[in-house]
Design a protein around this ligand. Structure first.
Ligand code: GDP
Ligand code: GDP
Length: 436
């Protein structure tokens, strides 16, 4: 799992400036992922080959109830999810009472905390840092987030104790089976679904260890086939942990999406699609994960409500129309078993390899069915296609003047490849290269 860095500090010290700098690296997977709560933002970045996740805690001190109250919930949750806290202060504003209040909270926290003095541009570093020694949080580290001064060095230091990541964890074909991540915002019915999925099956082993933010992995068998369920809802710990605070964690959700082969995104028919669903969905899409959509709580709805909901969801989820859409009731078990064929197909689609021959023939068929347009008096030529990668599948098409290929033609090719290769449940990426 990536190290998680929380940015904490008064408003205006430069947290979002640093957040943007840290998540805008060339390799950023998600730049600027809006949190499910208004005042937290999540983003990923990479530095020196090490990937990390950043949380911008946003609003400390903005709340009317004062900094104490604000520290008590939002930021503490973020700090709880983090491995490292960057406590930011403002060199220009100098030491403020709110800085001390936050420092008091951080001192009792066990998390590794770095005191970061921002806006040190145009100042001598020792001068910028001097008065913040008084916070009792160790060395002040002067940076200028807006200009990048010392930022890379700081993050390299911060990440030093974390090992370089090993090669991608899961091989494509595995003894443990398909890894299914159950994700969705709170209350859509994830726990109910996990219990339903497991209720009838044999749970092989169950390891309850792990920190609160780790998603729980539950291996099980269904009809002799192994699977691993990645549970973000915390179902199986219900007995010994107080739930409210830890039940929903974005970090846990992001982790589950990263660690699974197929994400089952649970939606709630009673509320319809809300912004939080779209944020999470956005993350699944940008991760390239295979996806199955499950609209839960489909029981007890009037027929006309169902009709309306069905067509509305189909329309609004058009951007994810490669994913199978199921209408289920986790509570009653209705249509839950139908998820498996979709999961199997999504996994197969995302991991299949096709020969260059097959893809090139398919390209030629598509082109003779429907020619690309002329550009500058010459027809765009598409000669060859090969697979550049899997999970999600990447198809590389070679030709001439491919830069001029209209979007509509690209869509035609994408749709044709999808249909002929029977790819369902996974995004598919295309890259066009001009040779010569
Ligand atoms: P946040 O409220 O903590 O997220 O703070 P912002 O990132 O929104 O920054 C507040 C203000 O400080 C903005 O006007 C930034 O342009 C400015 N700022 C941020 N970093 C620096 C810096 O390194 N130097 C200077 N001079 N200004 C900065
Ligand atoms: P989670 O927060 O996503 O894990 O959601 P839960 O599984 O805890 O479910 C939230 C609430 O929705 C509970 O009261 C469940 O009983 C209810 N619920 C879950 N699935 C269904 C369903 O299929 N139909 C109906 N009517 N209620 C459901």
């Amino acid at each position: 799992m990536n190290p998680v860095i929380a940015l904490v500090g008064r408003p205006n010290v430069g947290k979002s400036t640093l957040f943007n700098r840290l998540t805008r690296s060339r390799d950023a997977i998600v730049a600027d992922y809006p949190g499910l709560t208004r005042d937290r933002q999540y983003g990923n970045g990479v530095l020196g080959g090490k990937a990390y996740t950043v949380i911008d805690t946003g609003g400390i001190g903005e709340e009317e109830a004062g900094i104490e109250a604000a520290m008590a919930d939002q930021s503490l949750l973020a700090i709880d999810e983090a491995d490292i806290v960057l406590f930011m202060v403002d060199a220009r504003a100098g030491l403020m009472p709110d800085d001390e209040a936050i420092a008091n909270h951080l001192r009792v926290n066990q998390k590794k905390t770095w005191l970061v003095v921002n806006k040190s541009d145009g100042m001598q570093e020792e001068v910028a840092g001097a008065e913040f020694w008084a916070l009792g949080l160790g060395d002040p580290h002067p940076i200028a987030a807006a200009h990048g001064r010392n930022v890379t060095t700081l993050i390299e230091h911060v990440l030093e104790p974390f090992p370089e990541p090993e090669e991608e964890a899961h091989p494509e074909l595995l003894d443990e089976g398909i890894r299914i991540g159950i994700v969705g915002r709170p209350n859509v019915g994830k726990s109910t679904l996990v219990n339903r999925l497991l209720g009838e099956e044999r749970v092989v082993v169950y390891d309850e260890a792990g920190t609160t933010r780790d998603a729980i992995e539950i291996p099980f068998e269904r009809r002799g086939r192994p699977y691993v369920l990645i549970d973000t809802a915390g179902v199986r710990r219900r007995k010994n942990v107080s739930l409210t605070a830890e039940k929903f964690s974005i970090i846990k959700t992001l982790e589950a999406i990263k660690e699974c082969h197929v994400a089952v995104m649970v939606l709630d028919a009673r509320t319809g699609l809300v912004e939080q669903d779209l944020h999470l969905l956005d993350f699944v899409l940008s991760s390239g994960r295979a996806l199955v959509l499950a609209v839960n709580k489909w029981d007890g709805l009037e027929a006309d409500v169902k009709d309306k909901m069905r067509s509305e969801l189909k329309r609004r989820l058009g951007f994810a129309d490669y994913a199978d859409l199921h209408f289920i009731s986790a509570l009653h078990g209705t249509a839950v078993g139908d998820l498996y064929p979709s999961i199997e197909r999504a996994f197969a689609s995302s991991t299949t390899r096709w020969s260059t021959n097959r893809l090139t023939n398919l390209l030629h068929d598509a082109v003779s069915e429907h020619q690309p347009p002329m550009v500058n008096g010459r027809r765009i030529k598409l000669r060859m296609a090969h697979q550049g990668g899997a999970n999600p599948p990447l198809i590389v098409v070679h030709g001439n003047q491919t830069d001029a290929l209209p979007e509509a033609y690209k869509r035609y090719l994408t749709n044709t490849f999808r249909k002929v290769l029977k790819v369902r449940g996974t995004p598919m990426r295309f890259e066009f290269r001009s040779g010569r």
